[in-house]
Design a protein around this ligand. Structure first.
Ligand SMILES: *[C@@H]1O[C@H](CO)[C@@H](O)[C@H](O)[C@H]1NC(C)=O
Ligand SMILES: *[C@@H]1O[C@H](CO)[C@@H](O)[C@H](O)[C@H]1NC(C)=O
Ligand SMILES: *[C@@H]1O[C@H](CO)[C@@H](O)[C@H](O)[C@H]1NC(C)=O
Ligand SMILES: *[C@@H]1O[C@H](CO)[C@@H](O)[C@H](O)[C@H]1NC(C)=O
Ligand SMILES: *[C@@H]1O[C@H](CO)[C@@H](O)[C@H](O)[C@H]1NC(C)=O
Ligand SMILES: *[C@@H]1O[C@H](CO)[C@@H](O)[C@H](O)[C@H]1NC(C)=O
Ligand SMILES: *[C@@H]1O[C@H](CO)[C@@H](O)[C@H](O)[C@H]1NC(C)=O
Ligand SMILES: *[C@@H]1O[C@H](CO)[C@@H](O)[C@H](O)[C@H]1NC(C)=O
Ligand SMILES: *[C@@H]1O[C@H](CO)[C@@H](O)[C@H](O)[C@H]1NC(C)=O
Length: 813
């Protein structure tokens, strides 16, 4: 008898004896169990299905190795790598061998939820149907957004899923590899362990495009590890309506800033994507003016005059195209009354001819169906297809289930209503894309990338992006930074949360549900609480106080009492992650309980108040902006944003973010942007570009290489910044222009023309030099000509901040 066996026997005997000795007389006298009929587990064709209500799926126990560091291929960014007009001969040959059905399938996309059985596992019968019968070219979406057994997939499980689908795709129908698209906006946000970066709006707030680049680069690698190769981004939409639920997915309100970030994000995602298999195809979106919905709700109509469209909304798309974006996506809904998805003006004249975009264009999801069911712009589904094909060169049909499209489109082409040549154009572009991204060489994921998912190297890049994105907006009497020795009270639901620092498109489209909470991340991420404890080395005095929605919650009643005992109180305002129409709001007014408690603390105690905002929509601060001594806008800094926020609070570094959008005071300012006419009101809560650090930075007078600027004769603008403080300072320098008088067209208050960000050590100075051209100072008039009006131009560095400097030059023809 071995030792272990003896031990087990011993336990068994001992416990047996103890139970029989201790049997109380009351036991065993219960009534018998009642019989209550309930439905058994759901079955489908003999398969045992998951229950209907299944909010808390199993968590995937698999973890990537997350090695500390790894090497990535370098890429010369100055080289253009992007779609070209030319279709390769071998691609043409494949195209010519395909049937009409195979061609239509090739331009169709279905969501992966079609491939998941009622048991929550992959349904290979459904996958076989999709490739054998429908002959699908694309799939999209995360299995975690379907009725899937696992809440959140490790890269291993995700790759197993995508490779299983791919194996079937390359063995059925036309045997062409399938391309797999995902809404990954800040890294591979549907892959467990993948490094989530701050939201795009935070990248914009850094005014340092390297963070947009890193987000793309790491996101591409982690996406490829999971077997996905098409990422829907950059979001080139301007945040011109602050009520809009999708502002966090874009790069702020300014055309130039948005364009620079979009450019570098595309480079990060794609790099040398025709050779480097750790890259993905990007997809600029949503062409065009999606964000300008008149009432701020998602997918509502927009009205933007064409000259304004060209002046403000087009430039960021132009930059994404210049960066080589392999694909693009049109926008939901209508612009100026016309459906975008069938607009010859917008898709052909503007995107193809004016912007010279040659790659594939996709619809937004189910958009064509909306023509018939929602917009009432088509008599029938087939009429919708006819208009789309006849009026535009849109290539890819993004739908939740492509089967209806496929059957009606087959009729359209077989009857000759739309010539086959139109379909061939689209299929050619799609197959060339698949060749470029390497699917014909190796359609499967690269297993060697899995170990690098969640690498320390990536997490540090994410934290650095978060650090540089934090915007210090108010700091009366140097209330910040906090001292490690003082008694601080922390209040707010998102202080002890990872998921509320991320926003939508994270685990699921709308973020984790309440049953999953932070547990779903399995340790990949941190919280502000853990950051504070790491820095101070002691437990934090924390009261949740109110829910993430701002309603009174746990400990609300104790806040005043605890605030009296504290040296300082920090309130955290947050918002739960939502996307699209689920994130619609009707007012910027914040929840009353949250608002009132801050007011009461200011009235009933003398404790200094600090507010940290970590939300998508900029809720009105009202009196709180004067009540608070310190305000930090953190936007949505991502799963690794907790430590950076704590570091900023305790002065481990000096903040360097700037507002990438105008923060309105009240609802009536929700469409206010800083590039409003000079005579118009601009008195928001916080201006575009506003922000400061803990150091006093002073600027020398601006010097210019010439006092006259004209077409073909650019000037150099220089300014020197001095760091008079005690901490190193990452200093963003923003150069704006204002034309003093512009005949016929009121000049804008300011327009951002350039920015740069550099480190200045304490006591040191640094000179920043920018190029300014007369061409940039031209504008689109109502006749749709880009014109130059002579006049004096004020060049302002750091407008809207105390340390701004200004110089005037003369603009000549
Ligand atoms: C799998 O898909 C097939 C075809 O769509 C369907 O008939 C079947 O019921 C599905 N199986 C499960 C387990 O859901
Ligand atoms: C997926 O995992 C299952 C279970 O380990 C395995 O049998 C199957 O071969 C894997 N498939 C792929 C494509 O990795
Ligand atoms: C598009 O191409 C034409 C012809 O090559 C060129 O004149 C034009 O400047 C290009 N447009 C853009 C936006 O690059
Ligand atoms: C769009 O296509 C429809 C159907 O072919 C046609 O009647 C209409 O004139 C087209 N509109 C434009 C703007 O080209
Ligand atoms: C396509 O639209 C054009 C106008 O843009 C129209 O002349 C033509 O008849 C349309 N074709 C069909 C098949 O509707
Ligand atoms: C639009 O959607 C309907 C319904 O799904 C489908 O019948 C039609 O073919 C689709 N057309 C296009 C162009 O996607
Ligand atoms: C923070 O949240 C975790 C659950 O995510 C909980 O276990 C812990 O007690 C909370 N900490 C405090 C100080 O409330
Ligand atoms: C900047 O210019 C002003 C007036 O033009 C002058 O008084 C001041 O000395 C200059 N400052 C520096 C640092 O050159
Ligand atoms: C502007 O600066 C660049 C780079 O320092 C230099 O090559 C160029 O000659 C300067 N232009 C003028 C007009 O001074």
């Amino acid at each position: 008898m071995d030792k272990l066996y003896k031990f087990c026997l011993y336990i068994f005997i001992v416990s047996d004896i103890s139970i029989s000795q201790a049997q109380p007389t009351l036991l065993g006298k219960y009534a018998s169990q009642p019989k209550i009929d309930v439905a058994g587990p759901r079955t489908l064709n003999g398969v045992q299905c998951l229950p209907e209500f299944f909010p808390k799926q199993d968590f995937d126990p698999i973890r990537p190795k997350s090695i500390d560091s790894y090497q990535i291929p370098q890429f010369d960014e100055s080289v253009y790598t992007g779609p070209s007009k030319k279709i390769d001969d071998d691609v043409k040959e494949l195209l010519n061998s395909m049937s009409i059905e195979e061609k239509i399938g090739q331009v169709s996309v279905s969501h992966v939820y079609n491939f998941i059985g009622c048991d929550g596992n992959i349904n290979t019968t459904a996958v076989e149907y999709a490739f054998d019968v429908l002959k699908l070219g694309f799939i999209f979406g995360s299995p975690s957004d379907a009725f899937w057994r696992y809440a959140f997939n490790s890269p291993q499980r995700f790759a197993n899923f995508s490779n299983t689908i791919q194996k079937i795709a390359v063995s059925k129908g036309p045997k062409i590899p399938v391309m797999y698209g995902v809404d990954s906006i800040r890294g591979a946000n549907f892959v467990k362990g993948a490094t989530f970066f701050p939201a795009p709006v935070n990248a914009a707030a850094t005014f340092n495009p390297v963070h947009a680049y890193n987000t793309g680069r790491v996101g591409a690698k982690d996406s490829r590890a999971a077997g996905t190769n098409w990422v829907f981004g950059p979001g080139c939409d301007l945040n011109v309506n602050k009520m809009w639920s999708r502002n966090f997915e874009s790069y702020g309100e300014d055309p130039f800033l948005s364009g620079e970030m979009a450019y570098h994000y595309v480079k990060g995602l794609q790099g040398n994507y025709k050779k480097d298999r750790s890259r993905v195809a990007s997809c600029f979106k949503h062409f065009i003016a999606y964000s300008a919905s008149y009432n701020g709700k998602d997918q509502e109509p927009r009205q933007v005059p064409m000259n304004m469209l060209l002046e403000y909304h087009v430039p960021s798309f132009k930059r994404a195209i210049e960066a080589g974006s392999a694909t693009g996506m049109e926008s939901y809904g209508s612009l100026n009354g016309q459906d975008v998805v069938t607009s010859k003006t917008l898709i052909e004249d503007l995107l193809r001819k004016h912007l010279n975009y040659t790659g594939p264009i996709s619809t937004d999801s189910n958009e064509n169906l909306s023509q018939f069911t929602k917009h009432k712009t088509a008599f029938s589904p087939s009429d919708a297809s006819l208009q789309l094909y006849n009026n535009t060169s849109i290539d890819i049909q993004l739908t939740y289930d492509a089967s209806a499209f496929i059957s009606s489109a087959i009729d359209l082409f077989k009857s000759g209503t739309v010539p086959i040549s139109r379909l061939d154009e689209s299929v050619g572009r799609v197959l060339q894309l698949k060749k470029d991204i390497g699917l014909f060489e190796n359609p499967y994921s690269d297993p060697s990338l899995i170990d690098s998912v969640g690498s320390k190297q990536d997490i540090e890049l994410s934290r650095n992006a978060a650090r540089e994105s934090l915007i210090l907006l108010k700091n009366s009497d140097k209330v910040l930074p906090l001292s490690k020795d003082s008694k601080i009270l922390y209040v707010g639901a998102n202080f002890n949360s990872t998921r509320y620092l991320i926003g939508g498109w994270n685990v699921h489209a709308n973020g984790p549900n309440d049953f999953e909470g932070d547990a779903v991340y399995d340790g990949y991420g941190d919280t502000i609480l853990s950051g504070v404890q790491k820095i101070t080395g002691k437990p934090a005095n924390y009261i949740p106080g109110y829910t993430i929605g701002g309603n009174a919650g746990q400990g609300y009643k104790n806040i005043i009492r605890e605030a009296r005992k504290a040296d300082k109180i920090v309130f955290f305002f947050g918002q739960s992650g939502n996307i699209q129409s689920l994130g619609n709001i009707e007012t910027l007014k914040m929840a009353e309980d949250q608002y009132n408690i801050v007011k009461r603390v200011s009235e009933e105690t003398s404790t200094p108040i600090i507010i940290v905002l970590a939300q998508n929509q900029p809720f009105s601060l009202g009196e709180l902006s004067s009540i608070a001594d310190g305000i930090i806008n953190a936007n949505l800094p991502g799963s690794y944003g907790g430590l950076p926020i704590a570091e900023a609070l305790f002065g481990e570094f000096s903040p360097s973010g700037r507002q990438p959008y105008t923060y309105p005071r009240l609802d009536y300012q929700s469409t206010t942007t800083y590039f409003t006419p000079v005579w118009n009101e601009y008195s928001p809560e916080f201006a575009f570009g506003q922000g400061m650090g803990y150091n006093e930075i002073t600027y020398s007078n601006i010097t210019t290489s010439s006092d006259v600027i004209s077409p073909g004769n650019p000037i150099n603008v220089s300014v020197t910044a001095v760091n008079n403080g005690k901490l190193p300072q990452m200093e963003p320098v923003l150069m704006y222009t204002t034309q003093q008088v512009r005949r016929g067209y009121s000049p804008e208050k300011y327009r951002l023309r350039a920015f740069d960000k550099q480190l200045i050590e304490p006591g040191a100075s640094r000179t920043f030099t920018f190029k300014l051209t007369a061409e940039e100072l031209m504008f689109w008039n109502v006749d749709l000509n880009r014109v130059l009006e002579e006049g004096l131009i004020d060049i302002t560095i750091n407008a809207f901040n105390k340390n701004y400097v200004k110089k005037t030059v003369n603009l000549k023809k």
